[in-house]
Ligand binder design. Structure first.
Ligand SMILES: Nc1ncnc2c1ncn2[C@@H]1O[C@H](COP(=O)(O)OP(=O)(O)OP(=O)(O)O)[C@@H](O)[C@H]1O
Ligand SMILES: CC(=O)N[C@H]1[C@@H]2OC[C@@H](O2)[C@@H](O)[C@@H]1O[C@H](C)C(=O)O
Length: 374
């Protein structure tokens, strides 16, 4: 088992999560300490300004230094980590076009922390024809397998719904022998999650988010806007599929005429409707939908999901996991898989033709090499 530190800064641009995990890259041996470092208002504004940029843009090196510094700062509190999995900050994602861009250089983080760093998790999958996302689904399988072993989950398919800036769902069968085994996983992005809500709150209320969903809970959703949103060809596209953060920017424009609470309620209803639509693509109805990511702290979202979905909806914490740290833990677990040459994505998670072991490994003294596997 390796003690890996996973580090993730997601599409909501609120900060960096870090979490320790003990793993052989297949089974979870145990979870360790975790921490969050918020981006300052200035850092967040700078990163927002970088959204949509590709590596050749002149502003990118400065953004990358900002991302590396924030991670190095946070990693300094985890001296017992043997390996770091560094996701980087996604600025642009267009797998069928220019590719995928996570700002931040793992070699620089390896030098700054004195630890080997696994990074650039998505590029190889995209190069081989995959969507490059989502990458957490194989870890969701490991979580379900862990929870089943602890007697907290039935030996039957279950879904993990991650609600960050964008939503993604993983249907997993914890009785499958491995995450890459046929029939073990099906995963894809579901649609916008917190990103439009946060953007709405920032523009109208100068707040980072709708705390607890209090504003949305006071409003009535506009059913016509939700129905029009569901007409986006995205929903008719078979899974696997991944989204750029701003694919649904039109949704925010659609609610522009509504008063604040109605606009927030409509965004929440659209989120719930997109998850309900996602169920159509799953191999079988999951026994329950386990919600992770920041969206599960939004009571209006959880209530809307409970209304929209036919099966029980619960925070992932109900089976003993930390729903705020799951993505960070995932990149620690994935880092160990990269080190061992195990696949981190496959046909049923990113649509890549064959399972892929992506990622690069950088060592503190600067050599850039892959230790095991391809
Ligand atoms: N107490 C809360 N009340 C309402 N919303 C919340 C609360 N806590 C977190 N959120 C929402 O969750 C978001 C952060 O979620 P999370 O950290 O899972 O996203 P992320 O990792 O940045 O994104 P992604 O998973 O898309 O990469 C916040 O920006 C906010 O919208
Ligand atoms: C390109 C990119 O960074 N995508 C993120 C984003 O945020 C959620 C969703 O869109 C998911 O596809 C992915 O993140 C998670 C960690 C994943 O890869 O599973």
């Amino acid at each position: 088992m390796i003690r890996a530190l996973g580090m993730m800064s997601g599409t909501s641009l609120d900060g960096v999560d870090a979490a320790l995990i003990e793993t052989d890259g297949i089974r979870i041996g145990g979870f360790g300490a975790s921490a969050f470092r918020a981006f300052s208002d200035n850092e967040s504004a700078v990163l927002h300004g970088g959204l949509g940029l590709w590596p050749d843009a002149p502003a990118v090196p400065d953004l990358a230094r900002l991302v590396e510094a924030a991670h190095a700062d946070l990693a300094a509190g985890f001296l017992n980590a043997q390996l770091i999995g560094f996701h980087g900050q996604t600025l642009a994602h267009d797998p069928r076009g220019r590719g995928t861009h996570q700002a931040g250089d793992g070699a620089a983080l390896a030098r700054a922390t004195g630890r080997p760093v696994v990074w650039d998790f998505r590029s190889e999958d995209v190069r081989q024809g995959g969507e490059g996302a989502p990458l957490v689904p194989f870890f969701h399988w490991a979580c379900a397998e862990w929870a089943m072993g602890q007697g907290r989950l039935a030996p039957a398919p279950v879904a993990f719904l991650n609600l960050g800036g964008v939503g993604n769902i993983s249907w997993v069968d914890p009785t499958a022998p491995a995450p890459e085994a046929p029939g073990a996983c099906l995963a894809f992005d579901t649609g916008p999650a917190n990103a439009p809500l946060n953007d709405l709150m920032r523009r109208r209320r100068r707040q980072a988010r709708d705390e607890g969903g209090a504003l949305a809970a006071q409003g009535t959703p506009d059913a016509a806007i939700v129905a029009a949103f569901l007409q986006d060809p995205w929903f008719a596209r078979p899974a696997p599929k991944s989204l750029d953060r701003d694919h649904f920017a039109g949704l925010l424009q659609a609610v522009a005429q509504l008063e604040d609470a109605g606009a927030a309620a409509t965004l929440v209803a659209a989120l719930a409707a997109s998850v309900a639509a996602a169920l159509d693509w799953l191999p079988s109805p999951p026994g329950q939908v386990l919600v992770c990511g920041g969206g599960r702290h939004n009571g209006a979202i959880m209530a809307a999901l409970a209304r929209a979905l036919p099966m029980p909806v619960a925070p992932v914490d109900s089976i003993g996991l930390d729903g705020d740290m799951l993505e960070a833990q995932a990149f620690g677990w994935l880092a160990v898989r990269v080190l061992r040459g195990l696949p981190i994505s496959g046909p049923m998670t990113t649509g890549v033709p064959e399972p892929v072991c992506g990622g690069r490994i950088s060592h503190p003294r600067g050599s850039l090499t892959k230790l095991f596997g391809t």
